[in-house]
Design a protein around this ligand. Structure first.
Ligand SMILES: [Fe+2]
Length: 412
């Protein structure tokens, strides 16, 4: 933990004052990015009318392990992509059944009632607590994480990032570090679940942490129009305030694998598909109409909120993901603003396994093997530890050679 993290409110006041003083013409560069953002919002709205702003590719197109130039450019601009047909429907149906059985056999819902309150991460987002299951180690989750299919998808997505030109790569695009996350299973008719727009992976850190200041170096001190959200150079040198359920690894993309069909209206994911929006949000908080101790609502250890009051200019670009089928996967850049629809008006449960891309690098060293062995919650999350005595949990016998390497149990 860095010294500044012990007094965040004081740091915010100090850093804001320093940035406002140190950034050349903070108001003019904000105007420049606002003009750029307005164009992007208009482009998203138009693309949405013409069939969809969120790029899509088919798994079969990734056979060579790379994404073709123009498609890659589009994904980099929109910061997200739907990769279709990663797993066959039959395999997904079996996984979905197995997870349902695992939850029932181990009476998860009864146990959950006794642990309410441990997961405070979502507490400040406007909508009520989501139907997210704090389960990490069911066999289908482990199978999906270590699958060759997702290894191929993640390697291709990792390669969209630009590596430093002079030094060695920031991360190894072809190798993943296991980062176990949870499940979403949302019932039709549900109105209690929903997450207001936010970004994960750091809130006040994006201004206060020296590593993040380098990530956004062009926005703050260079040419803001040259800022590249897919430049990997400084991304692995950021440091987050330790907090349960705030991701401390570097993810090139957050993501999930669909276990059921779901689309707009089914209580699913919404995105603002503008990859460089975060640069604008940084400067937004440094404008004179925001109080000296405020970063547009950013709070230590929480998700970074997208607040209409400050960020309304981009609101129109919040779009629902297109309808996806079981076995499709959805990916979004770690800076991207995303939300979960507040109401599920569909007819069947919308289920996903959260699996992002965390390539091997000094920031992403495997450190989940012990939690896996004991069935505990992953080190990054609230220590609810539901699965310690769950029957049917995945064990080391379920790990493939690739899974063992991703878990750090065997060298690559
Ligand atoms: Fe999120």
């Amino acid at each position: 933990m860095q010294p500044w993290m012990s007094d965040v409110p004081a740091t915010v006041v100090r850093v804001k004052a320093e940035l406002r003083k140190g950034i050349p013409d903070v108001e003019a560069r904000f105007r420049t990015l606002t003009t750029q953002l307005e164009r992007e919002v208009a482009a998203v709205v138009q693309e949405e009318r013409r069939g969809g702003a969120i790029p899509e590719i088919h798994y079969g197109e990734l056979a060579g392990g790379h994404i073709a130039g123009p498609v890659g450019d589009r994904i980099r601009r929109r910061g997200c992509v739907v990769v279709r047909g990663v797993f066959p429907a039959s395999r997904i149906a079996s996984w979905n059944d197995q997870i349902g059985e695992y939850i029932e056999r181990n009476r998860y819902l009864e146990r959950q009632k006794s642990k309410v309150g441990l997961d405070r991460y979502f507490a400040t987002l406007a909508a009520a607590s989501p139907q997210i299951y704090s389960l990490y180690w069911s066999k289908p989750q482990v199978s999906a994480r270590q699958s060759d299919e997702l290894a191929r998808v993640r390697a291709a997505l990792n390669r969209l990032w630009r590596q430093p030109s002079t030094e060695k790569p920031a991360f190894d695009a072809a190798r993943e570090c296991s980062y176990a996350d949870r499940l979403r299973r949302r019932q039709p008719g549900d109105k209690t679940l929903g997450l207001s727009p936010h970004a994960d992976g750091g809130s006040v850190e994006r201004w206060c942490d020296p590593g993040y200041q380098r990530v956004y170096g062009e926005v703050l001190f260079g040419d803001p129009t040259h800022y590249d959200p897919f430049d990997a150079t400084h991304r692995i040198s950021t440091e987050e305030i330790p907090s349960p359920a705030v991701c401390s690894v570097f993810r090139t993309f957050q993501g999930w694998t669909a276990l059921s069909q779901q689309g707009p209206g089914d209580g699913t994911l919404q995105l603002i598909p503008i990859a460089n929006l975060m640069g604008w949000m940084l400067l937004r908080a440094l404008q004179p109409d925001v109080a000296p101790d405020d970063l547009c609502g950013a709070k230590a250890g929480k998700a970074l909120p997208f607040d209409e009051r400050w960020h309304g200019v981009a609101k129109e670009a919040l779009v629902s993901i297109p309808r996806v089928q079981p076995g499709d996967t959805v990916w979004w850049h770690n800076d991207l603003i995303h939300a979960v629809e507040s109401e599920h008006r569909g007819r069947s449960s919308s289920n996903v396994i959260y699996i992002g891309a965390a390539p091997l690098c000094p920031k992403n060293l495997p450190r989940q093997a012990e939690a896996f062995r004991q069935g505990k919650s992953c080190p990054d999350f609230a220590s609810e530890d539901y699965e310690v005595d769950f029957e049917g949990r995945a064990t080391s016998e379920d790990l493939t050679p690739l899974g063992r390497r991703q878990m750090g149990l065997e060298p690559w």
